[in-house]
Design a protein around this ligand. Sequence first.
Ligand SMILES: NC(=O)C1=CN([C@@H]2O[C@H](COP(=O)(O)OP(=O)(O)OC[C@H]3O[C@@H](n4cnc5c(N)ncnc54)[C@H](O)[C@@H]3O)[C@@H](O)[C@H]2O)C=CC1
Ligand SMILES: O=C(O)[C@@H]1CCC=N1
Length: 271
Amino acid sequence: MTDSIAVLGAGKIGEALLSGLLTGGRRVEELMFTERHPERAAELTARYGVAAVDVATAAKEAAVLIVAVKPQDIEPLLDELAPHATADTLVVSLCAGLPTSLYERSLDDGVPVVRVMPNTPMVVGEAMSAISPGRHATNDHLAVVEELLSVVGMVVRVPESQQDAVTALSGSGPAYFFYLVEAMIDAGILLGLPRAVSEKLIIQSAVGAATMLAKTGEHPVILREAVTSPAGTTIMAIRELEKHGVRAALLDAIEAARDRSQELGKAHDPS
Ligand SMILES: NC(=O)C1=CN([C@@H]2O[C@H](COP(=O)(O)OP(=O)(O)OC[C@H]3O[C@@H](n4cnc5c(N)ncnc54)[C@H](O)[C@@H]3O)[C@@H](O)[C@H]2O)C=CC1
Ligand SMILES: O=C(O)[C@@H]1CCC=N1
């Protein structure tokens, strides 16, 4: 099993990872984090018992450093990290858009970097994480990251050139499903159902549909056709979705997210 792990920047995704790792069997003593805001650090230590440390301590004590700050905050973090990271430190970036080359330019030659796009369902052990090696990351480094992240969900390897698309699909993906669920609950309210009933109906339908997708291996079209009776209720709803361009809206939305991921990378590229 991997040695100690430090999360650098314990916001939403950093906390989701810490909590997922603890639920998945990691011991508190194997984990640590850095956090710019002391109140936030105190809150997390109180909640999980994990120690807040400084970057120098994290780099000295942890075998894996997981960067989870906003892309916009990466430069000061790299300035802090650069004097301490060596070829024995594995740096794992969770930051949307940021290429491994950005880290390699700032850190000593030979520091291995793995770029990861996870998602928040890691908090319930159902993350989808895609990982890509930087220039100095070997198969062994990828295996370490796979082992670490498999505790909180599924892991796939992708070429780094696909990471902006992955970010738009599975990194942001949970938000699209939450948005859809929110809108469907509102529809229940529109039809006069009590909110609690509407929430229960839609959330269990989402769980059921997701479980069917995951467990039957059937294509979504086949599963949808099985719900859609001739001249029935479902086809009336599908016609409205098509009329309102929901499919095209999704294609545009995910393309916009991919473009934003590319922009975030370019904003930190001096060339
Ligand atoms: N929220 C999500 O669903 C996902 C986020 N990501 C990526 O994870 C990263 C973090 O995102 P969130 O957790 O949503 O942001 P966040 O703003 O909730 O968390 C970032 C944390 O880093 C801390 N921080 C900033 N600079 C620091 C420094 N120099 N030293 C120590 N702590 C520092 C901030 O105080 C904050 O608590 C981003 O790069 C994002 O692209 C990736 C996948 C999913
Ligand atoms: O919205 C964002 O930029 C981050 C990256 C993927 C999910 N949340």
